[in-house]
Design a protein around this ligand. Structure first.
Ligand code: FAD
Length: 585
């Protein structure tokens, strides 16, 4: 392991590191640079009022779950000065870079003056800006994007000021009618805002151009999230775009969608994605990647090696897709900032590793999480992937309060490597997605997943954790002990395929596939003579476990071609609903 030594300039003057942007990536870079180079002059320039604030906490402050605004300020300029001896300059904007002279031009917002600051190393962490469609009315007083504390204060004032809320924190009183919020965009921030505005007592319409919420999830997994939103009275408008905004004076009153649906609006949140802030970089000809993010190497150096770039403004290598992508998430921004800060301060650093887009969001009582490649990503890269869907409890079912989650595990049948996962459930989704993300990061296979030594006691897990269970099912598939068939493939199978539902009579009566034969699992050994061992069989149960047992019984009784419907009727029902939703969209 190399020991970093502060590198210095050719002269005796200390190294000067200028950092543009003082939040996730910039603040990490500044602090790391100082920890490794006590002599350097480190200057952090931030155009807004605050540095190092918790962007990710903003929706929860609006919703009232975080009550103390000061808690959002992870580190103040004063702390940066006192702890790190970093020269923090807020309300100052870097307007341009002169890479030849190695100076930046800085505009002081308070005084209107402009001055120059020279650098030896420059780190750009200017983030991204919310995309705002060029529509009339978009600048109205009740239309918002959410990126920083100023946006947060404005949204909160709009809700509080008008006595909007009949829920927590709202000042509506008995006579206040329920007010309408329209959230455009059903990504992570859009969904967080839906939950928090609902918490404030508003009626929510959620508009999304894609035919599903949360595009990083595959359709069927997103459908579970949609069910949760519907359960809480959120009006979904999927596969429908924003067409126009109708105003009265300074306020939007109606949102009009592409299909002419009109939504009453007291408050509109635009959460349709972000655009990387690359104008400083492009002005001096720094190379951009195909995705529009700044191109960087593994030390976060741009095409001008003394200029680094990190965070939402850059593109990263995706560890599974092996493609460059923009991943506007806090984790990569913080890690990249740390690497850039170190490299700028001492000339070397451990390289930035590929990212997996691991992300998580809570939507009311559900949690949805994703890592690695989803179906669309696999289709894009031409990879032949297989998937299993495994329902499992977050902890031992006999211990009170167990909650089911659905794990979708995606793997490469040629290498057996785990290449992605999506989990929707309640408690414990977070740790399972992180275990799988860790496995993917180290190139782990399905077999690796089954052999992980994980902590267990009844309140926390089961001796066979949901991660193990997903691994077991995938391993059985790969070893051809029990191949899996996707529910959406079963209906379309040749008529000679025998579909055997092994659930109980009451489960069968509650709904079954038209073409299925009902043989409850306990009767299978006696009644297998009703089936033809020379014809293929697909077994079905609620979630896959009894179907697996049935498949093993048949396989060991001379049935050559047996597979189990992965995810069982649970997944089939979800897919049915998503098919209906898609045809509606
Ligand atoms: P930022 O943190 O946005 O910092 C960029 C800073 O640069 C800004 O303060 C800006 O004012 C300043 N700046 C820009 N140009 C200049 C200039 N020319 N001169 C001076 N200053 C400049 N990610 C997650 O992983 N999980 C979450 O739960 C999550 N929740 C989020 C919730 C919200 C509401 C938002 C907005 C983001 C969330 N993110 C989340 C994303 C995450 O916050 C970002 O990916 C991360 O902050 C990016 O870091 P950054 O340093 O690139 O940009």
């Amino acid at each position: 392991m190399f020991q970093p030594t502060p590198h210095n300039t050719a002269s005796t003057r200390p190294l000067t590191i200028v950092i543009v942007g003082g939040v996730a990536g910039g603040a990490s870079a500044a602090a790391r640079a100082r920890r490794l180079n006590e002599q350097a002059r480190i200057i952090l320039i931030e155009k807004d009022h605050d540095v190092s604030f918790a962007n990710c906490g903003l929706p929860y402050y609006i919703g009232g779950e975080i009550t103390d605004r000061n808690k959002l300020l992870v580190a103040t300029p004063q702390k940066f000065r006192e702890w790190f001896n970093i020269d923090v300059r807020t309300h100052q904007e870097v307007k341009s870079i002169d890479a030849g002279r190695k100076v930046v031009e800085i505009h002081e917002r308070d005084t209107g003056k402009t001055y120059e600051e020279s650098y030896d190393k420059l780190i750009l962490s200017p983030g991204a800006s919310p995309i705002v469609p060029p529509l009339e009315g978009v600048k109205s007083r009740n239309v918002f994007t959410l990126r920083n504390l100023a946006d947060t204060d404005a949204i909160k004032a709009c809700i509080d000021g008008d006595g909007a809320g009949t829920g927590a924190g709202g000042g509506g009183g008995e006579k206040a009618k329920k007010r309408n919020a329209v959230v455009i965009g059903a990504g992570f921030i859009g969904l967080e805002m839906v939950e928090m505005l609902h918490r404030r007592g508003m009626h929510i319409s959620l508009v999304e151009m894609q035919p599903q919420v949360l595009p990083p999830l595959d359709r069927e997994m997103a459908r579970i999230v949609e069910g949760e939103l519907e359960k809480h009275g959120v009006e979904l408008h999927l596969g429908n775009g924003l067409k126009s905004l109708e105003t009265a004076g300074e306020l939007v009153t109606q949102v009009v969608l592409a299909d002419e649906t009109r939504l009453a609006a007291d408050l509109v949140i635009m959460a349709i994605g972000v655009r990387p802030n690359v104008s400083l970089a492009t002005a001096i000809g720094l190379e951009l990647g195909k995705t529009g993010g700044i191109a960087v190497n593994e030390f976060m150096q741009t095409s001008a090696p003394d200029i680094y770039a990190v965070g939402d403004a850059v593109e990263y290598r995706h560890g599974v897709a092996d493609m460059l992508m923009r991943v506007p998430l806090a984790g990569p921004a913080n890690r990249a900032g740390r690497i850039a800060g170190e490299h700028a301060a001492v000339g070397q650093a451990p390289p930035m590793q590929a990212v997996l887009g691991t992300a998580i969001v809570r939507i009311f009582d559900k949690v949805a999480a994703v890592t690695g490649c989803n179906d669309r990503c696999n289709a894009m890269t031409g990879r032949k992937a297989r998937s299993v869907w495994v329902p499992a409890n977050d902890h031992a079912s006999y211990y009170p309060g167990a909650k089911e989650m659905l794990v979708k595990l995606i793997y490469d049948p040629e290498t057996n490597r785990v290449i992605g996962a999506q989990i929707v459930g309640g408690p414990g989704v977070d740790k399972r997605i992180d275990v799988i993300a860790t496995t993917i990061r180290f190139g782990g296979t399905v077999e690796d997943l089954t052999s992980l030594d994980l902590a267990y006691a009844p309140p926390f897990s089961s001796a066979k954790d949901p991660v193990h269970m997903a691994g077991f099912v995938a391993e059985n598939d790969l070893r051809e002990l029990c191949a899996v068939t996707r529910p959406d493939a079963v209906e379309a199978m040749e008529p000679n395929v025998q579909v055997v539902d092994v659930r109980t009579a009451s489960e069968w009566d509650a709904g079954h596939l038209d073409r299925a034969t009902h043989i409850p699992l306990p009767e299978l050994r006696q009644r297998m003579g009703e089936l033809d061992p020379t014809r293929p069989v697909v077994t079905i149960c609620r979630g896959g476990q009894r179907g697996y047992l049935a498949a093993r019984i048949l396989k060991q009784n001379s049935f050559a071609d047996v597979s189990n419907m992965t995810g069982g009727m649970l997944l089939w029902n979800i897919l049915e609903k998503s098919a209906t939703a898609t045809s509606r969209a």
